[in-house]
Design a binder for this molecule. Sequence first.
Ligand SMILES: Cc1ncc(COP(=O)(O)O)c(C=O)c1O
Length: 389
Amino acid sequence: MTTNLSVSKSTVSDAHLRHLPVLEVPERLLLGPGPSNADPAVVAAMNRQPIGHLDPAYLALMDEVQELLRYAWQTNNQMTYPVPGTGSAAMEATLANVIEPGDRVLVGVNGYFGNRLVDMAGRYGADVSTIHRPWGEAFSLAEIREALETHRPTLLALVHAETSTGVKQPMEGIGALCREFNCLLVIDTVTSLGGVPIFLDEWQVDLAYSCSQKGLSCPPGMSPFTMGPRALDKLDSRKTKVANWYLDASLLRKYWGSDRSYHHTAPVNMTYAIREALRLVAEEGLEVRWQRHQATAEKLWAGLAEMGLACHVDKAYRLPTLTTVKVPNGVDAKAVTRLLLNEHNIEIGGGLGDLAGQVWRIGLMGSNSQSDRVDTLLAALGQVLKQVG
Ligand SMILES: Cc1ncc(COP(=O)(O)O)c(C=O)c1O
C-alpha cells in the first residue's frame, strides 16, 4: 500500500506561501491599555531553548515564579501560579473554581470588565446580581455593605483597576466586610499588578487574577492566579466538579504543588518570560516601582492639563497605569489614534463600551512608565491634535 504524500492542488495552493518573507514586526511604542512593550530582558529570556516541563531545572523555575508572584501580590497563598492564556483565562480560573450552579454571586459593575465577570459567572451557573456605578467612579464601602445585606452572595467580584475607565477601586475594609457576610472576595488586578500597590493578604482578598502583558512588561500568554485558604475550603467542599478541566485548581494543585504530576504541557518559554518579568519587579522593589508609576502618571496628567486636555476620572480614584483622557468636542478620536500609530509609531487606545468615542486610554505600565515616554507621547499628541484641527 502506498501513502499519498501529495497535497491536493485544487484546494490549497502554496505558491505564495513558499515566498512569504521572514516575519517582520513594526516597532511600536505601546502606550495603550495593553499589551505594553515587553522589557528586552524578558524577550531575551523567552528566546532560550525550551526544556522539558518536568525537568528538575524547570520545576525549580516554577518554584521561583510562585515565590516571585507571592511577593508581587503581597500574599502568602500557597496556591499562587500563572495559568496559560491571557488575563481572561485567569479570570475564568477564579470563577470556575469557587462557583457551583445556583451560588449567589454579586459583581460590582463600573466598567467593561465588570460585565465580563457577570457573563462568566453566569456561564458557571451562578445566580448573578450586580451593583453599578457610572463608568469613571468607584464603589463606596457603604454601597458594598448595603449590597451584601440585600443580596447575601457567596462571592463578591470587583475590578481593582478598571482598564475601560481608568478607575482604581479603594480596597480598604472590603475584605473584612466580606468575612462578616461569609462571602468570598475576588478581585481583578489585570491593570494593577506591577504598577499599583496591592496587598492581597492585608486586604483579606480570597482570589485574584492578573495578566502578564501590562505592568509586568511581558508578552501576553501566562496569567497570574491565586486563591487563599477560604477559597480552598470552598473548592474542597464542592458537591460538583469544577466545570472547566483545564483551570481546575484541584488538579493544578498536584502539578504546582509537591506532587508535580503531569497536568498539561507547560508553555515553557512563557514561564521563562514571566519569571524574568517578575525578577525585574523584585530587583527594582515594589515600593520604588509603585512610586515610579505614580510619578510618571502625574507628569502625564500635568502635561495633558497644560495642553488643555482633561482626565475623565477624579484624581483620588485615578489609576497611575491607565489614564482616560476626554476627547475635546469636535475632535475625531479615531483620527488621532490612527495618526499617532501611522506617523509616530505610538499606540494609544480608544474608549471602550460606554466610553467609546469619548475618551482615549493612555497606558504607562511596567518598563514604559518612564518620563521620556511621556515627553514622546505629549509631543506627538500635540502635533496630531494640530493636524486634526
Ligand atoms: C481589567 C481587565 N480584566 C480582564 C482583562 C482580560 O484580559 P485579557 O485581554 O488579557 O484576556 C483585561 C484586558 O485588558 C482587563 O483590562
